[in-house]
Design a protein around this ligand. Structure first.
Ligand code: PHE
Ligand code: FE
Length: 301
């Protein structure tokens, strides 16, 4: 974080190590010298080779074919707003539609960025999208987010007005959490909703989390496998819970609606962080995959 502050003064970022959810010590792949003080950079469209466009096209086709019955309707309705599935989209073209729909826009970044820079962008309704794409040998799995994860996973729901407001509120909440030294607790909310959230619909459980929706295997696993637990969304409960970063999730949290999610996260988190910390101090954290006595659980299949 101090390195990021120094970079803000010089106006460029010289390879500042990004801090985000559950990352290891591996240096980030992107070229951070390209980024401005707020970590954004123009989408380097000239970098894409024919093979890159083909990777995008194949990833998109594989994921799109899986959406019916697994992705929430809000996602399915909006995914075509990304533009042609045949090649990597221009961010400008998406923004023409996205700004009109919800006032959000996507902005380029070289890769993962520091937490505070990330929160600041979200609070301004600017969603950072990594501009490079994975290599063919990473087709099935990539450790850091690339353009396919960021665009296909995250951007469709920014067209939904309620979810769009939630993302902005999360950004503002992140800036506050930084001041309260509570980013680790808040990150658990991001992980269990924005990345791995499930929603209960009249047609059954559906996925809305970007980590699920951009994953070849986890989309089916999260909704059809008897292995993971699926429990009702509960803010303080999930802030006490550990999560997996190197395998499919052991637990998923289920919301009834995006409005429920927005309303449950609207109160001031200052006393909530305190309560969660006290509870962790007295009872410990909840392991990934645990279900608590009396907890509402969802079953599939
Ligand atoms: N209400 C939260 C707070 O006061 C902010 C927030 C909103 C955080 C939505 C996450 C999601 O800190
Ligand atoms: Fe993501």
């Amino acid at each position: 974080m101090s390195a990021a502050a120094a970079a803000a003064h010089s106006g460029v970022n010289q390879g500042v190590a990004p801090v985000t959810y559950g990352q290891g010590d591996r240096p980030p792949r992107g070229d951070y010298a390209r980024a401005a003080a707020d970590y954004t950079c123009p989408q380097d469209y000239a970098q894409y080779t024919a093979a890159d466009h083909d990777t995008y096209r194949r990833l998109y086709a594989r994921q799109l074919a899986q959406l019916p019955g697994l992705a929430c309707n809000e996602f399915i309705d909006a995914v075509r707003q990304l533009g042609t599935p045949e090649r990597i989209p221009h961010y400008d073209e998406i923004n023409e539609r996205l700004v009109k729909a919800t006032g959000w826009q996507v902005v380029g970044v070289p890769g993962l960025i520091p937490e505070e820079a990330f929160f600041a962008l979200l609070a301004e309704r600017r969603f950072p999208v990594t501009d490079w794409i994975r290599k063919p040998e990473e087709f099935d799995y990539i450790v850091e987010p690339d353009i396919f994860h960021d665009l296909f996973g995250h951007v469709p729901l920014l067209f939904d007005p309620t979810f769009a407001d939630y993302m902005q509120a999360y950004g503002a909440g992140g800036l506050k959490a930084s001041r309260l030294d509570a980013c680790e607790l808040l990150a658990r909310l991001y992980w269990t909703t924005v990345e791995f959230g499930l929603i209960d619909t009249p047609d059954g459980l559906r996925a809305y989390g970007a980590g699920i929706l951009s994953s070849a295997g986890e989309l089916h696993y999260s909704l059809k496998s008897p292995q993971p637990r699926r429990v009702a969304f509960d803010l303080q409960r999930l802030m006490r819970s550990r999560y997996k970063i190197d395998t499919y999730q052991a637990s998923y949290f289920v919301v009834d609606s995006f409005q429920q999610l927005f309303d449950a996260t609207a109160p001031d988190f200052t006393p909530i962080y305190r309560a969660v910390r006290e509870r962790i101090a007295s009872e410990g954290e909840i392991e990934a995959g645990a279900v608590l006595p009396g907890e509402r659980e969802f079953f599939v299949g």
